[in-house]
Design a protein around this ligand. Sequence first.
Ligand SMILES: Cc1cc2nc3c(=O)[nH]c(=O)nc-3n(C[C@H](O)[C@H](O)[C@H](O)COP(=O)(O)OP(=O)(O)OC[C@H]3O[C@@H](n4cnc5c(N)ncnc54)[C@H](O)[C@@H]3O)c2cc1C
Length: 625
Amino acid sequence: MASSSNLAAPLSDLSKEYDFIIIGGGTAGLTIASRLSEIPDFNVLVLEAGADRSSDPKILTPGLAGSLYDDPTYDWEFMTVPQKELRGRCVPQPRGKVLGGSSAIYQMKITYNSQKAWDAWAVMGNPSWTAKSMRPYERKFHTYHPHTAATEEGILQYTAEFSHLDEYMSGDDGPIQIQFGGEGSFKQIDTDFYKTMKSLKEEMGWNEKTMGGTASPNSIDPKTKARSFAVTGYLGPEVQKRGNLHVVTEALVERILLEKTGVETSVKGVKFTSDGQTFEVNAGKEVILCAGAFHSPAILELSGIGDPKLLKTHGIEVLIDNPNVGENLQDHAMPSVSFEAAEGVPTADVLMRNPSIMDSLVAMYEKDQSGPLSDIFRICAWAPSTLFDPSSEEELKAILKETSDDTKNKEFEDALVDLFKSEDGTTTQYMFGKIGFDVKGGKTITEIFGRNSTGAIGDSNFITIMASQNHPFSKGNVHIASSSPREKPLVDPKYMSHPLDMEISARHVQFMHKIISTPPLSHYFKPNGRRLPGGFADGKAPSLDEAKEIVRDSLMTHLHPVGTCAMLPRNKGGVVDERLRAYGVKGLRVCDASIFPVAVRGNPITAVYAVAEKGADIIKEDWKM
Ligand SMILES: Cc1cc2nc3c(=O)[nH]c(=O)nc-3n(C[C@H](O)[C@H](O)[C@H](O)COP(=O)(O)OP(=O)(O)OC[C@H]3O[C@@H](n4cnc5c(N)ncnc54)[C@H](O)[C@@H]3O)c2cc1C
């Protein structure tokens, strides 16, 4: 049953025209809706395909985040097309299909982009998107609740000194609540991970300030112990009282309505379906497309904006010829190797095997928001992307030279190489999960986390190390599969299609041996224990060739697709200009993860909020507000 959410009048009260129509009530969409509706003269409509589940305990309980995937109630359940470099494996790609979008199902981990990686956006043709211009927006979206002395002593003293510890980065009155967690939020194993990464950093001579362990806070509200996300943050009670904001859920946008007057193409409105009925609403000022990295390009294509060849194949009239739509897909990909834990080391595998334990944890949280489900402590570390020893650096540079013939891509590759060379930009993000992953045997995310028929995890407990490449060279695409708005677009990230990505990832798999062999962390692993998907035999690091095979069998997504409606000059692959205006159409902007020209360092939600905050300011400025 379609609903018009508690924020607005029923669907039957829908006006014929709104100043701004926002497609997608997700992370970016709600941020922009909230900021634009601060102006009483603006009338704003949000159309969201998913339902309003903002009081659903599964969404609000931090420790239940893992139960939201592979369930169409919350998740679009994307699956990539078969990936050539992964032996034809398809990779599951959850995306939030509820009010709040992916912020309602994401893992709540907060990290920040590097200065150098923001500046790459400017260098590539968007001079007003420098790191300096983005920092105020990174502060604006959140409130940071200061960490405790225990967190300082047990964790932060061993971590790299940057971003969240930098006062300049800590917002004090933004809508999203960020915290490190209270007493008991981290365990001795977490402290030992940071001690190990600190000693490795010293041994490897990595940059003191930016590399090594980093503790990321979470977007959990310390007062309620609940997920803080786009709905709780940007559609709070005060915003809900605004008469100029209308949010319609369970409303699937089919296409943007465009009209041609002479040579000019402009936006007329939006066509959507809800409750089996079709509606058309006019946009007095603009349509703002915020449907995320997979749906935003698809909606453009369904509306006649894209590669003429593709559109004609699907019988769609070509209104704007722009073959860049849906290209430039970048996703953080990560080989994920599970190492058997030493006897007596508890991991979440125990919970997977004993649902009754989970039931009692849920009861604890329901009673007074206490227990392990009220908090998530996530650990990670940054390492240089390639440069473990100088000889391999030479080898990697040679590979890059061989593959750099594509002139359109040259600027992108140059920007990435520049990032590699810089102290703060060049990163692979190691993550550490206290649970086994069966990536090779699991077809869905749920199966990968140990509930699949291959039974590879069995009765063992595992600790998984993931190595996410933050600035991948491989680029894929997302395009419609047919002219039906109900059919999901085809997602092809082309993981590891650039040979340099394989070289980098394989070296990081080799380095995992060093991580598990270094005390005090080494004590948590069973000597010569089982490894998933395999390798590391006889207590040794795999050879480079063996490591590449491990990458093929263990690579999964870090769930950070971006870039498919890139903000770039049009002749360099752009879909929108630096004021987020779609090329060739008056009154249409795109603003979400799809506009990122280059993937950010680390987890992208902070960048999505910051981009949306800046986007809202740009729109206000352009309408002289
Ligand atoms: C499982 C998971 C875990 C993650 N963990 C982290 C993490 O810990 N830290 C981090 O920083 N990032 C994480 N991310 C990534 C982060 O959540 C996303 O990058 C970010 O939320 C994307 O925001 P967006 O606005 O681009 O898209 P979304 O937030 O996905 O919003 C798009 C919205 O558009 C709606 N929509 C799509 N098509 C239509 C249509 N035709 N009509 C109407 N509405 C439509 C969707 O339903 C959705 O609500 C995670 C992502 C996932 C999926």
